[in-house]
Design a protein around this ligand. Structure first.
Ligand SMILES: Cc1cc2nc3c(=O)[nH]c(=O)nc-3n(C[C@H](O)[C@H](O)[C@H](O)COP(=O)(O)O)c2cc1C
Length: 304
């Protein structure tokens, strides 16, 4: 969906509208990525991809709760070589496409990022924040480690976005965000899912095969808004909000807090692919002729 007042830039990357497919949802095959683009998303993002294929955790890997979905997939993915073939297919649609990658250290990020760059993605998202893949270090909780993996930025032309954890330890999150900025990140994505679990009281045991996971959906939107709001005060680079965006109004909330765009995940699972168009149409009519880019951070205005 393209509407002049919804066009935004995240750093140097021009988006036809501010709704991005969230990493990990429908992002494994070229065909599904294309479908999301055709349904109106402003950009599409692959599932997070590592060097080698990973099976992920045994099921159940998702648990529906009254206030959101808890998942522990364990970063299942086919590995970078296979993913590159799917990216080729996705690129046939001329979509704005981001490759999401995860790794254990700077060397792994270097290989993954250079392969993504050669594949022609428009930006690379470093997933530094999966809350349940214990064998993959949660780099995004540590300012030094975060800056360290961004060393790879020097050898790349492609913008690097850094996806941070749902970290409510605000001073730490701000430190990490500043480190990412110092390290050369082109944008921050705030945030991944929040550490969570679901327990079946009757069976007296955790529901998920992996026991613990991450919460997504509308329950986390007020937390995500606060995180974006706090980080916006401290960095100059653009922020992409993620967490519980289910309507045009929700997207505007993130923009007012300081986000230039948003990722949409759970709402696709709940409402289907028409959600991108719905969000854009609602936001467009809310704007009444204004441009969405002019609303970024407006909730920070001093109203006294
Ligand atoms: C089933 C599932 C799988 C996910 N996989 C990934 C992933 O591979 N990489 C990633 O960066 N985030 C992943 N996420 C997190 C989402 O991209 C998003 O940050 C989070 O779900 C919050 O947005 P939402 O409330 O709109 O879903 C996943 C979320 C879900 C629900």
């Amino acid at each position: 969906m393209t509407s002049e007042n919804l066009r935004v830039k995240v750093g140097d990357l021009q988006l036809r509208n501010p709704t991005l497919l969230a990493g990990g949802i429908l992002g494994l095959t070229g065909a599904s990525l294309k479908r999301v683009w055709e349904s109106g998303a402003g950009a599409i993002i692959t599932k997070s991809i590592g060097l080698e294929s990973r099976k992920g955790y045994p099921g159940p890997s998702v648990a529906q709760t009254p206030c959101g979905l808890v998942n522990a997939l364990g970063l299942p993915n086919p590995g970078i070589e296979y993913a590159l073939e799917e990216i080729k297919v996705a690129r046939e649609s001329k979509a704005t496409l981001l490759g999401s990658v995860f790794g254990r250290n700077v060397e792994e990020f270097e290989v993954l990022a250079s392969k993504m760059e050669k594949a022609g993605v428009d930006a690379i998202e470093f997933n530094l924040s999966c809350p349940h893949a214990e064998d993959i270090p949660m780099i995004g909780q540590d300012p030094k480690l975060t800056k360290n993996v961004l060393k790879v930025r020097d050898n790349l032309e492609t913008p690097i976005w850094v996806k941070l954890p749902g970290n409510t330890h605000l001073s730490n999150l701000v430190e990490v965000a500043k480190s990412a900025e110092e390290g050369g990140a082109d944008a921050l994505v705030i945030s991944n899912t929040f550490p969570a679990m679901a327990i079946n009281a009757r069976a007296e045991r955790p529901i998920l095969g992996h026991k613990v996971g991450g919460l997504s959906g509308q329950a986390i939107r007020p937390i995500g808004l606060r995180l974006v709001y706090e980080v916006y005060k401290e960095v100059e680079i653009p922020i992409v909000g993620a967490g519980g965006v289910a309507s045009g109004e929700n997207m505007i909330e993130y923009v007012l807090a300081g986000a230039s765009a948003v990722e949409v995940g759970m709402s696709i699972i709940e409402s289907g692919l028409g959600i991108f168009q719905e969000i854009c149409e609602e936001a467009s009519s809310y704007l009444e002729g204004r441009k969405i880019k002019d609303l970024v951070g407006l909730a920070h205005q001093n109203l006294d």
